[in-house]
Design a protein around this ligand. Structure first.
Ligand code: FES
Length: 347
């Protein structure tokens, strides 16, 4: 099907396969369509159908709560074309970076599967070809028996790899989460589309990094730390990470975080905040180089942001309410320019 997108004076055209989400087809063709979650929750990929027929897909998608049916407003990440279509997109279309990688469809196989805590799993997916992605990006994944894609950030970083490492938190209401926690899924196949996402790290931008993560939101920030470690970025640039989990038993990736701190003891600061319990005596001893705190992660992170200032890129990753609660004070109170805040919120 031929899809035409109108945006003010510009027109883009691309081909969409039968059943393919319009957003995915457009991004695959290199059209910089607007999106955030790519899974139907945020509403950023809004468009209006001006000609042709579409299948709207997920009818209760939260992202289209306030959409006007009579105006034929749709979510491009949920709709597929049933005929040639024309769409108009109200949101600003932002050009990609020159080094952005066009996302594509893949079939992957789960090759590793490990429980990190009682309710967090780490798994690797192997895809047939080597690809590159920016640190901080994500893929959307769909399991065979579960309808709809879910977004997961890569934990690893490698310029050209067929291994994608993810973590997932147990959620009794989440389709893919329930599927993967039900039994060992090693060797099971998944559909993937990506890489996607704008909360990315680029060493050539030369910023200090200030990062706040809640729970499994740490995934993309681990990828950023890994890339920074590989290119010795923190030799000259500072990084502060605030990572919030409920209790010491919920803290994962301790070894990896200690390794980054040990490699860059003077420039990297790693703070772990437990919301529901105090740190252990051993953690408080400070022997492992990490700083352990009690309380909500934003309560500790925000005062540190206020002192930060300067040439800093801020990364926020975690549940939607946590990220929303941080964006406002960052921009309004701390006067951090919008372009210095990159976020990845999941629901
Ligand atoms: Fe489509 Fe978020 S990108 S709803």
């Amino acid at each position: 099907m031929l899809i035409e997108i109108e945006k003010k004076s510009q027109t883009y055209q691309f081909e969409a396969n039968a059943g393919e989400k319009l957003l995915y087809a457009g991004l695959r063709a290199g059209i910089p369509l607007p999106f955030e979650c790519a899974t139907g929750t945020c509403g950023s990929c809004k468009a209006r159908v001006t000609q042709g027929e579409v299948d709207e897909g997920w009818s209760e998608a939260p992202g289209k709560e306030r959409f006007k049916v009579v105006k034929r407003e749709i979510l491009m990440c949920q709709c597929s074309a049933q005929s040639d279509c024309s769409l108009s997109v109200p949101t600003k279309i932002v050009a990609f970076r020159d080094d952005d990688i066009n996302p594509d469809h893949h079939i992957g196989v789960i090759t590793q599967y490990e429980k990190l805590t009682e309710d967090v799993l780490r798994f690797n997916v192997e895809i047939p070809t080597n690809i590159s992605f920016h640190a901080g990006q994500f893929f959307v994944l769909q399991a065979p028996e579960v309808n709809g894609f879910r977004a997961y950030s890569m934990v690893n970083y490698s310029p050209g790899t067929n291994q994608l490492e993810f973590i997932i938190k147990q959620n009794p209401h989440g389709g893919l989460s329930k599927w993967i926690f039900d039994s060992d899924r090693t060797q099971e196949k998944l559909e993937l589309f990506g890489p996607l996402g704008h909360a990315t790290f680029h060493p050539d931008e030369s910023h200090d990094l200030f990062m706040i993560a809640g729970g499994s939101g740490i995934a993309g920030l681990m990828s950023i730390l890994e890339y920074g470690r590989q290119v010795n970025y923190f030799k000259n640039r500072k990084a502060s990470l605030f990572f919030g989990v409920r209790t010491p038993a919920d803290f994962f990736f301790a070894e990896r975080l200690r390794a980054v701190k040990a490699q860059f003891p003077d420039t990297v600061s790693i703070n772990i905040a437990f919301s529901n319990a105090p740190p252990t005596a051993e953690q408080l001893s400070g022997n492992d180089g990490l700083i352990y705190l009690q309380g909500m992660v934003h309560e500790h992170a925000l005062p540190a942001v206020l002192e930060g200032g300067g040439n800093v890129m801020h990364y926020l990753a975690g549940p939607g309410p946590m990220v929303d609660a941080l964006i406002r004070p960052l921009i309004l109170k701390s006067k951090i320019p919008v372009h210095r805040v990159r976020y990845d919120k999941f629901s």
